[in-house]
Design a protein around this ligand. Structure first.
Ligand code: ACM
Length: 509
């Protein structure tokens, strides 16, 4: 059987790819020439190929494989690359280091699938098909969120998650670090946040009712672990964007520091239920100082230009009752608790902007977040459109196409998941991040798309991967390649599944 055309083997699909006859073969004698600024790509290539192939890829001036940066290749943007494979040479070029890192992942996919194995593979010829590839992403934001608040995962597993994102050219790892059920972010100024807020006594089973599992759940990261993760991800061209939820979804913080609540003396437990919790932050000065101090420490650890502060699902009932909240409403000339929510996010958003960062928030309607916010629109496609029309940058995270906590089919074999919807592979693949009806200037504000993996029902790495793959393949393809035919995607995925299997990914069939 003839080999499939080259671009039909890659996932995501490259912008332009022409196969040529012949192949290049890596051997123990193959050397690497690394241009100025390209050292990170050489390190990544060696790191990724070493476990299976043992290829040393020694440096040499007259090497067969050349990695080079050329800032004049402006058409390639931040992440694009050009790859030329001939029978005797390989040339990978980009305008920016990140582009070279994407090209390294393409080289990895062009090699025999054994290249992805985690153990030494004997007797394999490490060949690349001769080719000319030019590849530039359609969208600049191709994200994946992992909720480590509901179920904690050790940092070693987060590194593997990042490795899998990088294979798919996903460039943002959004780490949901705090929620009602757990606080995982170490804060030197408030050690009780993780000491107390990092533990819950048990968890609800299912989404309603009073059944609990009776099992304690704990976990928190150290600063060194998070700093190491940021570095690890950066070496793979992935930005780690932290999320610290406020002013709602803070029950774990309030269990640790009850004085930050609306009923400052009341002791609270880290929440053991799922859903939206009524207890929210107070709005007294100490709370704003707390938020700024936490975010200062977050900024020390995470260089990401974007910082997510949640902002959604903040019931206003406590503020309606609280004398301190009512006093704040009066003092600031606000119209009521909903206005107070905007005011709170405005203060925190301004603080981040003054520190050179961009605040990101979950949209409830698309029109409620302060102007400086980048909006993650999750509830309704109309919210993405409304936010972009209002002048926000928008990331489309529509739950019906990007929420990986929903089952992938209606079949009874699916593990327990979020009820109420099925998010099938085809839903993810078919989801256009640009909302219908967006004029070109509005469409330009849509940065891209992102998958969300909330973990109420997913406690183990195996389950996380089962929920993520292959749906993240579809999201990555859509975000990088733009629309592709369903049949074309399916046949590329069929080949790509062998790569996931080599990486021992637990995936949905
Ligand atoms: C969300 O699902 N509450 C962002």
């Amino acid at each position: 059987m003839p080999a499939p055309p080259l671009d039909a083997t890659l996932l995501p699909r490259p912008t332009k790819a022409r196969g040529r006859s012949g192949q290049f073969t890596f051997t123990a004698d193959t050397c690497l020439r690394v241009g100025e600024g390209a050292e990170g790509a050489a390190r990544l290539l060696r790191t990724l190929l070493a476990p299976a192939s043992g290829l040393p890829l020694r440096p040499a001036d007259d090497a067969e494989v050349v990695l080079t940066l050329d800032p004049d290749l402006t058409g390639l943007g931040q992440e694009g690359y050009g790859l030329t494979v001939g029978p005797h040479s390989v040339l990978l070029r980009a305008a920016r280091l990140t582009g070279l890192l994407r090209g390294v992942q393409t080289i990895r996919q062009l090699l025999p699938v054994q290249a992805l194995a985690r153990t030494p593979q004997r007797g394999v010829r490490w060949t690349l098909p001769c080719a000319e590839i030019t590849d530039v992403p359609r969208h600049s934001w191709r994200g994946a969120m992992l909720d480590v608040a509901r179920h904690f995962q050790p940092v070693e597993y987060l590194r593997r998650y990042v490795d899998l994102l990088a294979l798919h050219k996903i460039n943002v790892f959004h780490l949901h670090l705090t929620d009602d059920q757990g606080w995982r972010m170490p804060v030197t100024a408030y050690p009780e946040l993780t000491e107390i807020g990092g533990h819950r006594t048990q968890s609800m089973t299912g989404t309603a009712g009073d059944d609990f599992d009776g099992l304690a759940h704990s976990g928190a990261y150290t600063r060194a672990e998070l700093a190491g993760l940021v570095e690890y991800a950066s070496a793979r061209g992935v930005t780690v964007m932290p999320e610290i939820e406020m002013p709602g979804h803070v029950r774990a913080a309030l269990a640790a520091c009850p004085r930050l609540g609306n009923d400052p003396g009341r002791p609270l437990e880290v929440w053991t239920r799922w859903g939206v919790c009524d207890t929210v932050l107070g709005v007294h000065d100490e709370v704003l100082d707390f938020c700024r101090t936490v975010l200062e420490e977050v900024m020390e650890l995470f260089p990401s230009p974007y910082l997510h502060i949640g902002g959604d699902e903040c019931p206003l009932t406590e503020w309606e009752r609280s004398p301190l909240a009512r006093a704040r409403i009066t003092a600031e000339g606000l119209s009521g608790p909903a206005d107070l929510h905007r005011w709170f996010l405005g203060r925190i958003g301004d603080f981040l902007v003054r520190n050179g960062r961009r605040p990101v928030g979950w949209a409830e309607t698309g029109t409620e977040l302060p102007a400086a916010f980048t909006v993650m629109a999750w509830r309704d496609p109309a919210h993405a459109l409304a936010a972009a029309r209002r002048g926000h940058d928008v990331i489309n995270a529509h739950y019906r196409a990007t929420y990986l906590d929903y089952p992938q089919s209606a079949g009874t074999q699916e593990p327990p998941g979020q009820p109420g919807a099925v998010v099938g592979l085809r839903d993810v693949h078919g989801h256009d991040p640009v909302p219908e009806g967006a004029a070109p200037d509005v469409a330009a504000r849509v940065l891209g798309t992102q998958a969300q993996l909330w973990t109420e029902f997913a406690a183990t790495p195996e389950r996380l991967e089962y929920l993520s793959y292959p749906r993240l393949c579809a999201l990555a393809d859509r975000g990088w390649s733009g629309p592709t035919e369903w049949g074309d995607f399916r046949s590329r995925l069929h080949l790509h599944n062998a790569r996931l299997d080599a990486l021992e990914v637990s995936r949905h069939a």
